[in-house]
Design a protein around this ligand. Structure first.
Ligand code: SDX
Length: 446
């Protein structure tokens, strides 16, 4: 972190002998002094409200566009230390989970707070596996899309459509109902994704095979052709499983915030998940993995990298897959993804774009423009190279992000619902528009 003193510091007195976890504020407009309690390194924005000049004033608010320094909730699900490049789900390091766990086990951990024992894991796997089928009517929605419809548009629509098949999902404060919708959402996301992919190819849908693992079945629904029994390549199956672990949750990112905000109106979890999926679709968020590949294709050759970097530094382009609101160090997930890439290349052949990606990284990690802004590769920088090598079209990359993130979204949604401090999200604003003015008749305008 920067050692220079922030401008707002007016004197650097040594802390008093008796430390008090409070903030002393003087409102220089009135000379009044206030003492705000500090808890968990935060002050409550509502504690600013009493600070007024006139009694009829609304009172002070915090102003924080895009929530760059605002905690919207307290949570026990995921911990990130952006400076140290640390990511933990329920206290377990992402490195250890990627090495020793499976996605379906990690999803249980994220949702229920503890690693499952054998019977819990068997029960959890059984229920998710037996909720992979989707209502046959959903195929009619998919048939309505153009052949070149983006699969994220199809996924957002069909996830929302699930809410029309399961009206019991509105019973959001019934734990049994939430658990059933959780089975359905985690079980059906791969099916919806695979069906969208098959639709775009004009190929028949492949139904789930309950003998296969979560990722094995997903590969089956995507790639099975004439064989009676699909046998997933174990290296690709494990690579996808690890990628799903890495993408399972990431605390209060844009799509989780959408899940919490939309869910706070007490809508059903399918519509909230559709909103979260829509947020993830953006190229600044989960759509970045697709944007990275398009960028690497646009660069085209390692010799063109310096010219592209020059355009980035001129502010004409973003180096997609670089930078992060929280990580001001190497995204720990990107390190693991880079390792997986070579395991997939060993099976599928080396993706020639990797050389361009490595050159972008090499230059960026040395160049002061990126170093001074603490821009490092994030989770999206290398994942697209793997997905492309596995045979996925670029448009499927954000879909491959949405599937595993569904467990994180549901966990964040349920934590919000059960948090006594949470209510419907309704931020304030700073109004800078017109004051009261009278209506001007049409013939007197202009
Ligand atoms: C994900 O939040 C999460 O946890 C998200 C995620 C998850 O798991 O849910 O981790 C997944 O979304 C990863 C991020 C994927 N997006 C991209 O790779 C798109 C490219 N990255 C940028 O758009 C950007 O870095 C963001 C959106 C990721 C973060 O933006 P911030 O925190 O708002 O940072 P900023 O835009 O204020 O940038 C600070 C400075 C600016 O320069 P100055 O105005 O100070 O001169 O850094 C520059 C930016 O222009 N900058 C970049 C850059 N990212 C930031 N310059 C070039 N290329 C980039 N990628």
């Amino acid at each position: 972190m920067s050692s220079t003193k922030p401008e707002s510091v007016i004197n650097d007195k040594a802390p008093s002998a008796t430390r008090r976890d409070t903030l002393s504020i003087t409102d220089n407009r009135t000379g009044r002094q206030y003492e705000l309690p500090i808890k968990n390194e935060t002050v409550r924005a509502l504690d600013l409200r009493p600070m007024k000049v006139n009694d009829e004033d609304f009172g002070l608010m915090g102003y924080d566009p895009a929530f760059t320094n605002t905690a919207s909730c307290s949570s026990k699900i995921t911990f990130i230390d952006g400076d140290k490049g640390i990511l933990r789900y329920r206290g377990y390091s992402i490195e250890e989970l990627a090495e020793k766990s499976t996605y379906i086990e990690t999803a249980y951990l994220i949702l229920y707070g503890e690693l499952p024992d054998k019977s819990q894991l068997a029960d959890w796997s059984y229920h998710v596996t037996h909720h992979t089928f989707i209502h046959e009517s959903i195929k009619k929605f998919l048939d309505g899309f153009h052949y070149d419809a983006h699969p994220m548009g199809m996924l957002i629509s069909t996830v929302a459509a699930l809410s029309t098949f399961y009206p019991d999902a509105k019973d959001i404060f019934n734990p049994e109902s939430r658990r059933k919708q959780t089975y359905r959402l985690i079980g059906k996301m791969p099916t919806l994704a695979a069906f969208a992919y098959r639709h775009s190819l004009g190929m028949p849908f492949v139904y789930p095979d309950n003998d296969l693992s979560y990722c094995g079945n997903f590969l089956n629904m995507l790639f099975r052709t004439t064989e009676l029994k699909y046998r997933p390549n174990p290296t690709l199956e494990r690579a996808l499983d690890i990628l799903f672990i890495l993408h399972a949750d990431h605390e209060q990112n844009c799509s989780s915030t959408a899940m919490r905000c939309v869910g706070s109106s007490h809508v059903d979890p399918y519509c909230a998940t559709a909103a979260a999926t829509a947020a993830l679709y953006g190229p600044l968020h989960g759509g970045a993995n697709e944007a990275v590949l398009r960028m690497l294709v646009e660069i085209g050759s390692i010799n063109n990298v310096p010219a592209y970097i020059k355009r980035v530094k001129a502010g004409e382009k973003l180096l997609m897959g670089f930078g992060h609101r929280v990580y001001k160090n190497y995204d720990p997930r990107a390190r693991i993804v880079k390792h997986i890439a070579y395991e997939v290349f060993d099976v599928m052949g080396k993706n020639p774009l990797i050389e361009i990606a490595l050159e972008c990284e090499r230059i960026a990690l040395e160049d002061d423009y990126f170093v001074s802004r603490r821009l490092y590769p994030n989770v999206d920088f290398y994942t697209g190279l793997i997905y492309q090598s596995m045979g996925f079209p670029m448009t499927m990359f954000p879909v491959l992000f949405a599937i595993p993130r569904t467990s994180g979204w549901i966990a964040q949604w349920e934590e919000m619902l059960l948090d006594p401090e949470q209510k419907i999200s309704r931020p304030r604003q700073v109004y800078l528009g017109h004051d009261l003015r009278s209506y001007t008749p049409l013939d007197r305008r202009g």
